[in-house]
Design a protein around this ligand. Structure first.
Ligand code: SF4
Length: 355
């Protein structure tokens, strides 16, 4: 008699692409597979998605709380662990005030969990110190997007539009490794259009671009001003468009003028000629898409040499590819991937252009 198989259709929990997946449970094991019929991921998962189910029944998965006793972590009941934590909160708050306790959440929480956690921090702990891991990247990107476009991030167009872009500008992203299913769209775009990648690292994605602007870390704003300076200086700005849809452009233009090409070259380490070429490429596009920071994805679970840039439709294909990787290449990939975090942001901007 065959084992009962329970399955649920869901989304991959690992990165912002949220590929559609089906998780099956039978004989105590969980298996994640690609879900057919999805728009964005088109029935594909990367190796992170395919390995998602393995953590659920992993023998080292933590299933009970651990409380430190005499210097050793010991298994405890939930009641014991919760009493222990509450006593710790009470002791610190009594000694140093409620704000001496901080609560730190995660961008991986669902909206509901984040809401409940916020209530817990403010109403149970009475602390003003409540933060989460996205403060440095997500919050700054959200503030910038709100100021620039009036909305927080989020991809405001279907992924299929990426194929149609005749110029694609990606700043701070390495989607071939962090979101491999995007390759079907990025590859199609590269086949017919131009691409500009801003990245301090010469990733395979950056190397495959029409133009790689290898700006030094922390100089992306200087590079943006350098590009804008060229657009303004060469009269490539669509003044009517800017007048109709933007505010404060005169201020931006003044700042950009201070960042002339040579100065930008000194500050960011990109040749002035490359900055000029980038600006002209941007201005030449009829359908230009700009993707910047906003969603982050780690490839810390990578275990295969070719895995970061690969996707599979079926679990058997994934297994076969995984089995082909040698132990050595897996170790090398793991070490490399563990320290590798890249971002791509679903923020679309419209670069000014003159027709
Ligand atoms: S790209 Fe990979 S990690 Fe991201 S949602 Fe899809 S399967 Fe998951």
């Amino acid at each position: 008699m065959s084992a009962h198989v329970a399955s649920v259709r869901t989304t991959c929990p690992y990165c912002a692409l949220q590929c559609a997946m089906v998780v099956e449970h039978s004989d105590g094991a969980y298996r994640a597979g690609a879900a057919a019929g999805s728009d964005g991921s088109a029935g594909e998962l990367c190796m992170k998605g395919f390995s998602a189910g393995e953590t659920l029944a992993h023998p080292e998965r933590l299933l009970a709380p651990l409380v430190r006793r005499d210097g050793r972590l010991c298994e405890a009941t939930w009641d014991e662990a919760l009493d222990h934590a509450a006593e710790g909160f009470r002791t610190v708050a009594a000694r140093s005030g409620a704000d001496a306790v901080a609560a730190f959440g995660s961008g991986a929480l669902t909206n509901e969990k984040a809401y409940a956690f916020g209530k817990f921090a403010r109403l149970a702990l009475w602390t003003a110190n409540f933060d989460y891991n996205g403060r440095f990247c997500m919050s700054s990107a959200a503030a910038a997007a709100n100021r620039a476009f009036g909305v927080d991030r989020g991809l405001p167009f279907p992924l299929t539009w990426l194929r149609e872009a005749d110029v694609l500008f990606v700043a701070g992203g390495n989607p071939l490794e962090t979101m491999p299913p995007l390759e079907r769209y990025l590859g199609a775009q590269r086949a017919t259009g131009a691409s500009i990648v801003v990245d301090p690292r010469a990733t395979s994605f950056a190397r495959s671009a029409t133009l790689h602007l290898q700006a030094a870390p922390g100089t992306d704003a200087a590079l943006a001003y350098g590009l804008l300076h060229v657009l303004v200086a060469e009269r490539l700005v669509d003044d009517a468009y800017v007048a109709l849809r933007t505010r404060g452009f005169a201020d931006v233009r003044r700042t950009a003028q201070r960042e002339h090409r040579e100065r930008a070259e000194r500050r960011i380490g990109v040749p002035a000629e490359s900055i000029r070429r980038g600006a002209r490429l941007l201005a030449a596009g009829k359908r230009t898409i700009v993707l910047t920071a906003g969603a982050s994805s780690s490839i810390a679970t990578a275990r295969m040499r070719r895995a970061p840039t690969s996707t599979w439709r079926s679990r058997s294909a994934y297994r076969a590819a995984r089995g082909a990787a040698t132990g050595r290449s897996r170790a090398r990939a793991t070490a490399k991937a563990a320290g590798s975090t890249a971002k791509i942001g679903p923020v679309a901007g419209v670069f000014v252009r003159r027709r």
